[in-house]
Design a binder for this molecule. Structure first.
Ligand SMILES: Cc1cc2ncn([C@H]3O[C@H](COP(=O)(O)O)[C@@H](O)[C@H]3O)c2cc1C
Ligand SMILES: O=C(O)c1cccnc1
Length: 361
């Protein structure tokens, strides 16, 4: 079997394995929520999250999330040549070294909540020391420039999706019970904006932001690049082609992680606009995969809000972050854990002997 038919086979099987979250567990969770010693609905979004967690795990009360891991998917981008980021491309590889050494923002935040951080070299341009990488191979070495042609071949996009699925299986097999998404790739807010525009139909200007903090001229160039790419290569209804045309290797890996996590019945906490764009790819391939996702936070990037609306996900944290790496996902982890813990551990009106609103015991 050629590598590419193995990849498309894994993708097909994974998409077929994504079933809707368990409706029986969700209805058990709703009943249990109603018994807990609090006014109905008083725990707000935590209650919704607790129902979602039960659906994802197929059990009520939900199991505690004790082995969190952030998978940081890294890749470089040919569109960097268009001057869409003020940072040199070498920063991607240097930051991978920083993640491995434990010095990046995501490492600090992950230590706060006891999450592991693992790097996946999807398509960093430079050679990296294999270190503790999750994949034993690169999928690519930077994408082609999406401003002038497709960023990836279809085979590359499929290989990237399959790699993300493999990472999900590997992590779940190692005992991780919640997967958090991270990204690193100088220039990657541009392909993210392009993917969000492609999957939502939003205008380039509405979804293209300032990334690492670009000036007005650079921002205008980004909007123009996104608009021209969408005009030159209008999207059809094939999500893999859209990903190949506009996305990056880290988007492919992240979309695969979402599909793999969903297929294994494990919750996935999404980070910012890069993850949001990748989740749109996963949603287009397997709409039920979104039911396994929590939106960790809302990024400052305007395309992220557009993506979250299309995904139908409410961000758990909204702190004006615009970093990526998985930082927003990690900050949301304790909230998802808290949602499960309240449903699992709170006393019921009966067990605590607390009277209900109508005076019934
Ligand atoms: C030092 C540094 C650390 C980062 N960590 C995440 N990003 C974030 O910024 C990049 C996307 O922004 P743009 O599209 O404007 O290049 C990505 O690498 C993303 O992960 C970083 C960026 C830099 C410079
Ligand atoms: O939304 C994000 O994750 C983001 C925003 C700006 C730069 N890098 C990442």
């Amino acid at each position: 079997m050629s590598a590419s038919s193995a990849d498309s086979g894994l993708l097909r099987r994974t998409v077929a394995a994504v079933v809707p979250p368990d409706p029986a567990a969700i209805s058990d969770a709703r009943l249990r929520q109603a018994q807990l010693t609090k006014p109905p609905g008083a725990l707000g979004v935590l209650e919704d999250a607790s129902l979602a967690l039960c659906g994802i795990q197929g059990t009520c009360p939900p199991r505690p999330l004790v082995r969190p891991v952030v998978a940081v998917f890294a890749g470089d981008h040919g569109v960097h040549a268009q001057g869409v980021s003020p940072w040199p491309q070498e920063v991607t590889a240097a930051m991978v070294a920083n993640f491995r050494a434990g010095g990046a923002a995501v490492n600090v935040l992950a230590r706060q909540v006891g999450a592991d951080v693992l790097v996946v070299d999807m398509g960093v341009a430079a050679d990296l020391d294999p270190g503790t990488d999750l994949l034993d191979r690169k999928i690519g070495r930077g994408t082609a420039d999406l401003a002038t042609g497709p960023a990836m071949t279809r085979a590359e996009a499929e290989r990237g999706l399959a790699a993300g699925i493999e990472v999900a299986h590997l992590l779940v097999d190692r005992g991780h019970d919640v997967l958090l998404t991270g990204d690193m790739g100088i220039g990657n807010t541009t392909p993210s904006a392009a993917l969000v525009a492609a999957f939502t139909g939003a205008d380039a200007a509405a979804v293209t932001g300032r990334g690492t903090g670009v000036d007005d001229a650079t921002h205008e160039r980004k909007v123009d690049v996104v608009r021209r790419a969408l005009r030159a290569r209008p999207v059809g209804d094939d999500p893999v082609e859209t990903l190949a045309s506009l996305g990056g290797f880290e988007h492919a890996g992240l979309a695969g992680l979402v599909l793999g996590g969903a297929a294994r019945g494990v919750p996935v906490i999404l980070d910012g606009v890069i993850a949001g764009a990748a989740a749109l790819v996963a949603q287009a391939l397997a709409p039920d995969a979104v039911g396994y996702c929590f939106a960790g936070h809302r990024s400052v990037e305007p395309g992220h809000t557009v993506a979250l609306e299309r995904l139908g996900l409410r961000p758990l944290v909204d702190l004006d972050l615009r970093l990526g790496e998985g930082t927003g996902a990690v900050l949301a982890l304790p909230i998802v854990q808290a949602a499960g813990a309240t449903l699992r551990e709170m006393a019921t009106f009966d067990s605590a002997g607390v009277a209900r609103k109508d005076g019934r015991r």
